[in-house]
Design a protein around this ligand. Sequence first.
Ligand SMILES: [Zn+2]
Length: 409
Amino acid sequence: MHTLDLLLRQALLPDGSLAQIAVRAGKIHQIASPEANLGNAKTVLDLQGDLLCPGLVDGHIHLDKTFWGAPWHPHIPGDSVKQRVEIEKQLLKTVTVSVEQRAAHLLEQAIAQGTTQMRTHVDIHPEVGLRNLEGILRVRDRYQDYIDIQIVAFPQSGLMSCPGTLALLDQALTAGADLVGGLDPAGMDNDIQGHLDAVFQLAEKHGVNIDIHLHDPGELGIFELEQVIQRTEALGMQGHVAVSHAYCLGMVPVELVRATAEYLARADIAIMTTAPGHLAFPPIPLLRKAGIRIFSGSDDVRNAWCPFSKADMLERASLIAYRSDFRTDADLSTAFEIVTAGGAKVIQGAIPNFTQGAVADFIVIAADSVPAAVATQPPRKFVIKNGQVTVCKGELIGPISLTHSLKSI
Ligand SMILES: [Zn+2]
């Protein structure tokens, strides 16, 4: 009998059963009853009845924007997206800690709390060129044993209204970015057609997916969604486009939301929501019922836009549930699904589950059920990535140690 890489004993699975999980070569090799003899393993963890769950997926974060790792920056308010973009540029000029160091601090927080897959947007505009992207590419490389990271080339300063950005996005997609982003075609660029045509043409040229930030409100936002749907269907990009925020879906009459949801589902456009505390946001149950893939992310973590958040996707699931008035176990489990398999399906990463051959990306939570974990967000005892234990009681272990990684960047 070959030696196993990892044996997890007394694991409480999300369905409430107790099991042993044997892992070999990064995948589940066997699932057995607690009493079965599965042989020797290089690492054996007795979970003592703690909950073993799929790894968390942060489907929308901005690693390059964070102040984490630098001194605290007091928040400076702005009245519009444009104004806040300018405030952010000025604030980031005062930060002396490199983008790699800041991103690494934030990333280690996310990893320690169980995030095993992530989609980060990275600012691309003439003032920064590809510098932020190059920093994030280095960080992605460094942490590849801990987390899978997908990078969106993001025109935070506008696209048609910010000369030079389009060419830089093109270069970013050659230099290692995985997706092309967009931002408020009306609100930022006042050119819905020009902005969306440029984004979709870049996606077609490079064969990449699209993820567009859409803050534009009400019927204007709905019109922009319709324009995204049209282009998605015309180019046969169903299943390859996501819209982040889409606040407009929480701002218009329900009949219009239903009609728009039907079109979004037909084009298989995914919707990302953070369940923001201060704004209307998409009605998750209605959209899921229509067949739309919903995912979530931390978005702004201690940056010029927002001082809050710890990049904890279990906390995010709790916020989704709280803001959506989810209280039943079924609803709390839905919130958990959004931050696990829901996100994995959108970023097209491995979908961890408890079947033989599934990728071994897991977290161990000190909880007795998934709904309890969402409601109370207990500590993560272990994180397992591709069958390797990467975090123990909040500390990164394995190829990178918490201090070593930061010193050497
Ligand atoms: Zn964002």
